[in-house]
Design a protein around this ligand. Structure first.
Ligand SMILES: Cc1cc2nc3c(=O)[nH]c(=O)nc-3n(C[C@H](O)[C@H](O)[C@H](O)COP(=O)(O)OP(=O)(O)OC[C@H]3O[C@@H](n4cnc5c(N)ncnc54)[C@H](O)[C@@H]3O)c2cc1C
Length: 425
């Protein structure tokens, strides 16, 4: 006689949804988490307001999950963002849509969402144990058979769902415990890397901290490879920090920086900022020159304040080799052309990122070729399921990772329960 039918390890976004789905199917479910609270990472997502999902059709949504988003077609078609919205609204949580499809609770409090999800899990009769770290998954005859806890106790079940997350922000409980478990079952773990993470730079103007705190709105950030080919461009806000670049545009570019640095085996990656993305270099040249013509007696360093952030002006002028005290009549046109080019593509050499622990999301994980995309069951070990950030899937922040976690969690919970019930005989 088995202790449970389905054991879910990890009570984050994926595990909670898996437990709810398995409970809804009528399976006898145990949810284990090593922390003293469930849904800790979900609770700090979206700036503590919980970015529940993103209200896009799933074809569109997948484009925002550059790390293997296509694997999600099947899971999203079973339980996509519209189902997630209906699920939470069904629990009495009112949601609102913000920019770019991001969905938040009307309360603006992540706790509302976490409490509703945990409440749903409990109401379905799922047994929940917190402060219960799992040491390993047990196998018998090539099938999942249960778990062994850190305290040595063993609990049996016909299906085990690993939903222990990645390695980012370990204080939320995600400390990479699932990777060795998956390897023990014969799975490949693709290279882990930080993504949605701030960028670091050794440039003198970063190290001097002269730009620290400067926030740029709606700029375009581009990452270039060693051959000068554009790898990616992201539009958004960006922030200069004491170590480099942060803010949405920098976070979105980070995975491309990581991969390019890997390819080059170190060194620096060229990143450029377009301060006026809606203007051509010719427009920038003409419009900024017109500004100086309108105030012909004023030094260019003062006139330029009307066009670009003041903190950047000394750097731009030094790089364009323009004397900051020049006035309109003395401007060398070739150097002004150079200035316009710098405004369109201000170069920043980037030499790395913060660590995987400091990243919002872990890239890499359980190899997707070894996992069934519609059931999330291991193709190598029957009764073993993976979901959430533990898988080799990563999206941009904006509700995409949470959607991937809810969607894969739901598919894993549903199929594990169906398998367990079929085994009742
Ligand atoms: C600050 C921050 C903001 C974010 N904002 C967004 C956002 O706006 N949009 C977005 O899409 N994504 C965002 N993310 C990412 C998103 O929150 C995660 O991708 C998602 O929540 C991962 O869910 P998960 O269930 O796979 O893992 P987790 O939420 O990490 O859950 C894993 C759970 O497993 C438990 N566990 C681990 N090991 C064991 C063990 N041995 N035994 C028992 N339990 C164990 C942990 O305690 C934890 O509760 C953000 C992440 C961070 C850190």
């Amino acid at each position: 006689m088995l202790d449970y039918e389905v054991i879910v390890i990890g009570g984050g976004s994926a595990g909670l949804m898996a437990a709810a789905a398995a409970g809804e199917r009528g399976a006898k479910v145990l949810l284990l988490d090593k922390g003293d609270k469930l849904g800790r990472k979900l609770g700090i997502s979206g700036g503590g307001r919980c970015n529940v999902t993103n209200n896009k059709e799933f074809d569109e949504l997948i484009k925002w999950i550059p790390g293997n988003g296509r694997f999600l077609y099947s899971a999203l078609s079973q339980f996509g963002s519209r189902d997630i919205i209906a699920f939470f609204e069904g629990l009495g949580i009112q949601l609102k849509e913000e920019d770019n499809g991001r969905m938040f609770p009307v309360s603006d409090k992540a706790k509302t969402v976490v409490d509703a999800l945990v409440g749903r899990v409990r109401s379905l009769g799922v047994e929940v144990r917190i402060n219960t770290p799992v040491e390993r998954i047990l196998y018998h005859d090539g099938q999942a058979a249960g778990v062994r806890l850190k305290d040595g106790k063993e609990i049996s079940a016909s299906c085990v769902i690993a939903a222990v997350g990645g390695k980012s922000v370990p204080k939320t409980g995600s400390t990479g415990d699932g990777y060795p478990w998956a390897e023990e079952a014969g799975h490949t773990i693709t290279k882990l890397f930080p993504t949605e993470v701030p960028l670091t730079s050794g440039a003198a103007f970063i190290q001097s901290k002269e730009l620290q705190g400067l926030s740029l709105r709606d700029i375009e950030l581009t990452v270039w490879n060693a051959k000068g080919k554009k790898l990616v461009t992201h539009v958004g806000d960006m922030l200069f920090t004491h170590f480099g670049l942060s803010g949405p545009a920098a976070l979105r570019c980070s995975q491309y920086v990581v991969k390019e640095l890997d390819k080059q085996a170190g060194g620096t990656v060229r990143v450029t900022v377009d301060l006026m993305p809606d203007r051509s270099a010719d427009d920038v040249y003409r419009e900024t020159l017109n500004l100086t013509a309108a105030e012909p007696k004023k030094a260019i360093k003062n006139v330029l304040k009307n066009a670009v952030p003041e903190k950047l002006i000394p750097l731009l002028l030094i790089r364009a080799e323009l004397d900051d005290m020049l006035t309109h009549d003395n401007i060398p046109k070739a150097k002004w052309t150079e200035l316009a080019k710098l405004i369109k593509a201000f170069p920043i050499p980037v030499n790395g990122t913060l660590s995987i622990e400091d990243a919002f999301v872990t890239g890499g994980g359980v190899h997707l070729k070894e996992v069934d995309p519609s059931t999330l069951e291991s193709k190598l070990t029957e009764g073993l399921y993976f979901c959430g950030e533990l898988l080799d899937i990563h999206g941009y922040t904006g509700g995409y990772n949470i959607t991937a976690a809810f969607s894969t969690g739901h598919a894993a919970g549903t199929s594990a329960a169906e398998r367990a019930i079929a085994l009742r005989g």
